[in-house]
Design a protein around this ligand. Structure first.
Ligand SMILES: Nc1nc2c(ncn2[C@@H]2O[C@H](COP(=O)(O)OP(=O)(O)OP(=O)(O)O)[C@@H](O)[C@H]2O)c(=O)[nH]1
Ligand SMILES: [Mg+2]
Ligand SMILES: [Zn+2]
Length: 367
């Protein structure tokens, strides 16, 4: 297995020299747990490794820490030593989202990905609005989006087609395909994208079949799926960590745990940009403060009447306004918390300093 098979390119080669001179070797992160990482070396050997204290301290935010898909410079040490990540090569792309919860922090789902496959089904998971949010994340990442409506074997053909049609309305030209991971139907689209050195990551709700798709493409049971879990009775969330696998025929797949709470790591400008066409319409409304609900002379609603704007997209647009407000509130709160903390730290430091002076005075017998 060459470095190129693992996704290495001229871009990364352009950053490795200073590390190579120190005897460090390039490796791609394939696994990430709370305590360590797994990395693939040229030739295909996988090693456990830990992050150097220095890299940890240098990372200003969690998003700066190495993630699955990243290229790193490894210190293999001598036999028996745990390998240490001493360098983190720049990324060509990163798929990230906001962390669950109310803290405005970014989480990198996968680094250096070329294609992001969003998996859903025509049943309970189906939600064009959620797909729209995924597409926004992917758009920021710079990767190519592909949408799969999986589990086609469980639904009538016309229901699958109708669902696919509804997704095509919001997909902005991205490939929307109907698949059955179980029956190995429609997976050719992924095989097409799986060229040697190309990295594909799969995202989507838990249970939609991401790991089953990976297994099919690998031609072997490698990733844990729901069935395994049914035996251990540990609920539906089967994939616990992000895992990168290299296929024998070429191509790289990153499986992900189901995203339960997809939140956008984005700002108002991004949100607005993704709805530029609707904004354009809004400027043609008769009233400048048009709420696009009951108001007379609303260009957005008349565009819906003529079918130029789909009701779903309108609904998303209305909800996104609320979401922007929410986002701003959270960001403001975070700013205030950070400021409060900084103030408290300054106070503590000042108090410690005062104590220190008192102790010094005491020692000198001045108090
Ligand atoms: N009928 C049918 N079942 C499927 C299909 N794909 C996956 N499944 C089943 O759906 C269940 C969940 O599949 P997984 O592959 O574990 O789902 P996942 O998306 O990896 O889920 P998480 O790892 O929890 O995010 C398993 O029981 C699969 O056998 C399909 O195309 N058709
Ligand atoms: Mg899984
Ligand atoms: Zn209007």
């Amino acid at each position: 297995m060459t470095l190129e098979d693992l996704g290495w390119s001229e871009f990364f080669a352009g950053h490795i020299d200073p590390y190579a001179r120190e005897g460090l070797v390039p490796a791609r992160l394939v696994r990430e747990t709370k305590i360590n990482y797994g990395a693939l070396l040229e030739g295909g050997r996988e090693v456990d490794c830990v992050l150097s204290g220095r890299l940890w301290h240098e990372a200003a935010t969690d998003a700066d820490l190495p993630a699955v898909g990243d290229w790193v410079a490894l210190d293999l040490g001598s036999d028996g030593d745990e390998a240490v990540i001493r360098g983190h090569l720049p990324r060509v792309s990163k798929l990230s989202r906001k962390l669950p919860g109310k803290v405005a922090a970014e989480q990198v789902i996968a680094a250096n990905v070329d294609v992001v496959v969003v998996v859903t089904d025509p049943g309970a998971d189906f939600s064009p609005r959620r797909i729209e949010r995924y597409l926004m994340l992917i758009d920021r990442c710079g990767a190519k989006p592909v949408i799969l409506l999986n589990k086609a074997d469980l639904f009538a053909r016309e229901d699958c087609e109708a669902a696919a049609e509804a997704l095509r309305e919001v997909s902005g030209g991205a490939d929307v395909r109907i698949t059955s991971a179980l029956a190995d139907e429609g997976l050719d689209v992924l095989r097409e994208y799986l060229q040697p050195g190309t990295t594909i990551t799969l995202v989507g709700s838990s249970g939609v079949g991401k790991s089953t798709l990976v297994n099919q493409l690998m031609g072997a049971e490698q990733q844990d799926t729901d069935d395994v879990n049914a035996v251990t009775g540990r609920g539906r969330h089967t994939t616990i960590s992000r895992e990168l696998v290299v296929l024998e025929e070429g191509g790289i797949l990153i499986d992900n745990p189901g995203v339960r709470e997809l939140q956008m790591w984005t700002d108002e400008a991004d949100l607005r940009e993704s709805f530029a066409d609707v904004d354009e319409l809004a400027m043609q409304c008769r009233f400048r403060d048009c709420k696009h609900r009951e108001d007379a002379g609303c260009a957005i609603r008349s565009a819906m009447d003529t079918g130029a704007l789909s009701p779903d997209r309108y609904e998303s647009y209305l909800n996104l306004e609320e979401e922007i407000a929410e986002l701003q509130k959270r960001q403001k709160k975070r700013r205030m918390t950070v400021e409060r903390r900084a103030k408290r730290n300054r106070k503590v430091k000042a108090r410690n300093l005062a104590d220190r002076i008192d102790i010094d005075k005491e020692e000198r017998g001045e108090l």
